[in-house]
Design a protein around this ligand. Structure first.
Ligand SMILES: NC(=O)c1ccc[n+]([C@@H]2O[C@H](COP(=O)([O-])OP(=O)(O)OC[C@H]3O[C@@H](n4cnc5c(N)ncnc54)[C@H](O)[C@@H]3O)[C@@H](O)[C@H]2O)c1
Length: 421
């Protein structure tokens, strides 16, 4: 059964989703992309043209989501707008009986996520969060190794991503504004949060110091892997501005306690001038793992106490004899189900991970297994990102339970107010 899919938000990530959809069509006929919506018609037309060129089938173009929902008879909506629209568009879709996949962060605040979760439950529709990093086969292998006790009981972990300098993230105006993004560090922070929870389990408490260290941001330069996806985007609001002023924190330095008793040390900054620094390690009772860099094909690295060399790929695979890629992942890796690394350019990995998200959504809609990153998991990732900001504001430790139920939300108050939440 081929389901009718619509996409709203045809900017940089919307273009990447179009390539994910094209990749999906090579393996599964679960969806037909019948409509693309962006408030800027030329952006939607660009995405429609890319889809038409690859599939021979041109989606209809809309500039208003409500009109698309009224006219396109969709089964599912893929939300790829900037984050502040996620909850409004998800709720509107559910009210039309349409299933939803939304890009991360699930919503602009925890309140926004609660509204989305409630509407999905009320209308009995699927809500999937497009969290792509964990779907990388090498992150799957890392998780399997941790679960199999390859490094013993994880005791502590360190994750640091320090970069950015004075550049504006993805050269995107809305990312500079608290009312529209929550915080620039949430953009990358939810990926980090999702992976930390995926690998280490739930978090109980967080203490963080936060700051804004690079207030004035240059409008130039973009990650070479991503720049080509943003060429068609229309962004009139900040036209003519060479710089944009950031109005929220760009750095957080946190210490976390996991429910397992493990301790985490997490630092994220978009204001490291000069060197970009990445550290990612998990330290267990018997050894250390360096998880793979997502979307590189690189293997996790495991070194056991007393060993001279890290484990080879063969040795790692022998520790997880039952681990294999599932039925909606393996087809995108040529049917290969077990591997310790792979060699593929970024674009290809990126579109395959998005295609898996679509395949999983279709499977859930048609009565198969539930989606892996549903509302509960999506809220936890955003909850950790906001926990650092809430703690940073009060300079007190916060309990994740309070963040997730929304009883600690002082940092988010002005974001909620700006978005009618
Ligand atoms: N998973 C990932 O790796 C990843 C990477 C980048 C972005 N994202 C997420 O994807 C989302 C989009 O990010 P982006 O980089 O593509 O931003 P973007 O600014 O390039 O694109 C957003 C698009 O949404 C459109 N839009 C905004 N409001 C709209 C409305 N009311 N109706 C119709 N269209 C509207 C804009 O015109 C724009 O074309 C964000 O939530 C972001 O966090 C995820």
């Amino acid at each position: 059964m081929t389901l009718k899919l619509g996409m709203v938000g045809a900017g940089g990530m919307g273009m990447r989703h179009a390539h994910g959809y094209i990749e999906l069509c090579k393996q599964f006929d679960s969806f037909r992309l019948v409509a693309v919506c962006d408030r800027h018609a030329p952006a939607a037309e660009s995405v429609a043209s890319v889809v038409e060129k690859a599939t021979g089938d041109r989606p209809g173009v809309f500039t208003d989501l409500h009109r698309m929902l009224d006219e396109a008879n969709l089964d599912a909506l893929d939300i790829v707008t900037d984050t502040r629209m996620h909850h409004r568009f998800a709720v509107a879709a559910f009210e039309h009986g349409v299933h939803v996949m939304t890009e991360k962060p699930m919503g602009v605040t925890i309140r926004a996520c609660h509204a989305m979760r409630q509407a999905a439950q009320t209308h009995k529709r699927v809500l999937s969060i497009a969290e792509n990093y964990r779907r990388d086969p090498m992150n799957r292998l890392a998780k399997a190794l941790l679960d199999a006790g390859a490094i013993g009981r994880p005791n502590f972990m360190v994750r640091m991503g320090l970069g950015g300098g004075s550049a504006l993230m993805h050269n995107t105006g809305w990312r500079a504004l608290k009312s529209r993004a929550g915080s620039m560090i949430i953009e990358q922070g939810v990926h980090d949060a999702d992976l930390m929870i995926y690998f280490m389990g739930d978090i109980q408490t967080v203490y963080a110091e936060t700051g804004l260290f690079a207030r004035i941001r240059r409008r130039s330069g973009m990650n070479a892997n991503l720049a080509r996806f943003y060429e068609h985007r229309v962004e009139e609001e900040f036209a003519g501005q060479d710089t944009i002023e950031l109005d929220q924190e760009d750095s957080a330095f946190a210490v976390m306690r996991f429910a397992s008793g493990a301790v985490g040390h997490y630092a994220i900054s978009n204001a490291s001038h000069g060197h970009a620094v990445g550290v990612d390690t998990i330290h267990g009772a018997a050894g250390t793992m360096i998880p793979p860099r997502s979307r590189t094909g690189q293997s996790p690295a495991v070194k056991l106490e007393g060993a001279v060399q890290p484990l080879t790929g063969e040795e790692m695979l022998s520790l997880v004899p039952d681990w294999e890629l599932n039925d909606i992942t393996a087809p995108f890796w040529g049917g290969v189900r077990r591997m310790a690394s792979y060699d593929m350019p970024f674009d290809e990995i990126d579109r395959k991970l998005i295609a898996i998200e679509y395949a999983e959504l279709a499977r859930a809609i048609t009565g198969g297994a539930p989606v892996e990153v549903g509302p509960e998991t999506g809220i936890k990732a955003l909850g950790l990102a906001y926990a650092t900001l809430e703690s940073g504001m009060t300079r007190q430790p916060v309990r994740m339970a309070d963040i997730l139920e929304g009883s600690v939300e002082g940092y988010q108050a002005e974001v909620n107010a700006a978005n009618g939440l």
